[in-house]
Design a protein around this ligand. Structure first.
Ligand code: THU
Length: 155
């Protein structure tokens, strides 16, 4: 027996996106200004839109004791749950600022961040779209976190 998994990622040029989505991406890009990434040289910004319309940002925060740092997406997602626990997350935009050239065009959230976002998606019973700005300016989008983490852990 085989189980096959399909994921759908739609790629847009930035000018094909609706204004509100472009605005969210701009928030993610600006969020990189307060990221702290002296060890990796890889800045990440995230901007989350809530059902109420509020926008909550996050950025990667590294630490001299390496594992103590946290990714941009989880900084933003946990800030939402700390401050607006009953407001659903509708979408998250992610932007990167690598300080040295990278091979890939876009960086999806890491497995741990996807697990956190997926868990929130399950709890709120409303899907979370992901918008990722690639280094060539294209936007990679999905309608659910499950496109990147189809087998998230649920308990
Ligand atoms: N990083 C994020 O902020 N989000 C991810 O999904 C993957 C990685 C951060 C963690 C670390 O500060 C740097 O990028 C390099 O891994």
């Amino acid at each position: 027996m085989k189980i096959k998994v399909e994921s759908e990622i739609t790629v847009f040029e930035e000018n094909q996106l609706a204004d509100d989505k472009r605005e969210l991406i701009t928030h993610a890009e600006k969020a990189i200004n307060n990221a702290y990434y002296p060890y990796s040289g890889f800045g990440v910004g995230a901007a989350i839109r809530l059902k109420s319309g509020k926008i909550v940002i996050g950025n990667n925060q590294e630490n001299a004791a390496f594992p103590s740092g946290l990714c941009a997406e989880r900084v933003a997602a946990f800030a939402v749950k700390a401050q607006f626990p009953n407001d659903d997350i509708t979408e998250i935009a992610i932007a990167i600022k690598p300080s040295k050239p990278v091979e890939f065009d876009f960086a999806p959230p890491c497995g741990a961040c996807l697990q956190v976002l997926s868990d929130i998606e399950t709890r709120q019973k409303n899907k979370i779209s992901i918008l990722i700005k690639g280094k060539m300016g294209r936007i990679y989008t999905t309608y659910s976190t499950k496109a990147f983490l189809p087998f998230s852990f649920e308990f």
